[in-house]
Design a protein around this ligand. Structure first.
Ligand SMILES: *Cc1c(COP(=O)(O)O)cnc(C)c1O
Length: 400
């Protein structure tokens, strides 16, 4: 590199935090030879239960399989319906359909990207069995309204808390407010086990059923058999189960990752606060995440809304094109950005199966086209963050 040139900065959308403690943790199950659903998974479950205040935390292979297990444990089956926000990762809906039930979508708020509870109420039919509010990007859904609705209509609540580790609704950790909750440990989330998930519940019988269903429907776990005299005896299998067991390599990593969670969340939140500040001069075209009173956002992602004018179904295609050109410029300038997430309802499978059109869930449609996720990770420096904001301003001047 010649004199006077500066290494070009490249800012990724996120960066997992791994250290020596994580490396050492993964060695342990390899050294002792117990590599699936053993003591490290149990220790990880204990840490998540302690952190969230959940009575039971049941490790699984992902949040997706966790949601699947949660709905299966509630007995969701063919002819049932489950109400799902139209703007969410597609697996929130897929797990419903995998049980032979129907995912009934409802629109979201364009202000918060979370479920619009009035729409949720309007989507309930006599076949509805459960509601699945999503704490999207780490912002708690309006759980008081969701829980009141569920109580009134006699429905179960399964919280998709994939992004929710560290998020609290009036002091209570998300994932512990409904009947069941599911968390993700995918690398895009605050802490990671590669792939991994955790289901939470306060109900003892349901906790037992989850542990049974994740292990092929076995009535006793390997861990229980291990401490037993007749350890050679296999369990009985009273339920149609799954193999959603977590490996002990992941469990060991999960434990050391949980040890870092407080640090990770402190820094993510501080970065998000600083974005709120330094992005306020851009508020004419970019809305930063809105946090209603009484909730703690965990900022799994920092997702803005690109809104140089009030979005409608009539102008959204033009704005979408402009947002994409902005994102392309940012990419060229070394800043990775993403759309918030998908409007699951509008993706091919659901669009075809249920004849879904943009006007059915307009806010989800616009949210997918106009959301803009900025880089955020706990190791981010002031210089990196200032670089993102400078490039945003420059790219906007170039494309507008
Ligand atoms: C990440 C995510 C999931 C899926 O989590 P996995 O652990 O990858 O299965 C589900 N729902 C939402 C809202 C997510 O953000």
């Amino acid at each position: 590199m010649g004199l006077g040139t500066v290494a070009p900065m490249r800012i990724p959308i996120t960066r997992p935090v791994f250290d020596e403690a994580d490396l050492e943790a993964i060695r342990q199950p390899l050294l002792n030879g117990w590599v699936v659903q053993g003591p490290h998974v149990q220790a990880f479950e204990g840490k998540v239960a302690a952190y969230t205040g959940a009575r039971h935390a049941v490790a699984v292979t992902s949040c997706t399989t966790g949601l699947h297990l949660a709905l299966a444990a509630l007995g969701v089956q063919a002819c049932d319906e489950v109400v799902v926000p139209a703007f969410t990762w597609i697996s929130t809906a897929n797990v419903v359909e995998h049980l032979g039930a129907r995912a009934v979508f409802c629109d979201v708020s364009l202000e918060t990207f979370n479920v619009d509870v009035e729409r949720m109420a309007a989507a309930i039919t006599p076949r509805t069995k459960a509601l699945t509010p999503v704490h999207l990007f780490g912002l708690p859904a309006e759980m008081d309204a969701v829980l009141a609705l569920a109580k009134d209509r006699g429905l179960f609540v399964v919280e998709d808390a994939a992004c929710g580790l560290g998020a609290r609704f009036h002091g209570r950790h998300v994932g512990t407010l409904g009947d069941l909750g599911a968390f993700s440990f995918h690398p895009r989330k605050a802490v990671t086990t590669g792939e991994g998930g955790m289901v939470t519940t306060a109900d003892d019988a349901r906790g037992d059923l989850l542990r049974c269903l994740r292990d092929h429907g076995a009535s006793r776990s390997d861990l229980q058999r291990h401490g037993n005299k007749a350890a050679f005896l296999l369990s009985d299998y009273d339920h149609l189960g799954y193999n959603y067991r977590m490996t002990d390599l992941q469990g060991a990593l999960g434990s050391t990752q949980m040890d870092k969670l407080e640090w990770v969340q402190t820094h993510r939140t501080a970065r998000a606060r600083r974005y709120d500040d330094v992005l306020s001069p851009l508020s004419g075209w970019l809305s930063t995440p809105r946090v209603p009173a009484g909730v703690e956002h965990s900022y799994q992602s920092y997702v803005c809304l690109f809104r140089p004018e009030t979005p409608t179904l009539a102008n959204v295609d033009r704005l979408y094109d402009l947002r994409n050109r902005l994102m392309l410029r940012l990419e060229e300038r070394g800043v990775a950005t993403r759309q918030g997430t998908h409007a699951a309802a509008h993706l091919g499978y659901y669009r075809e199966k249920y004849g879904i059109r943009p006007e059915h869930f307009p806010n989800a449609w616009m949210a997918e086209r106009l959301s803009l996720t900025l880089p955020l990770y706990p190791q981010m420096t002031d210089a990196e963050q200032d670089f993102v904001v400078e490039q945003l301003e420059t790219a906007w001047r170039e494309v507008r």
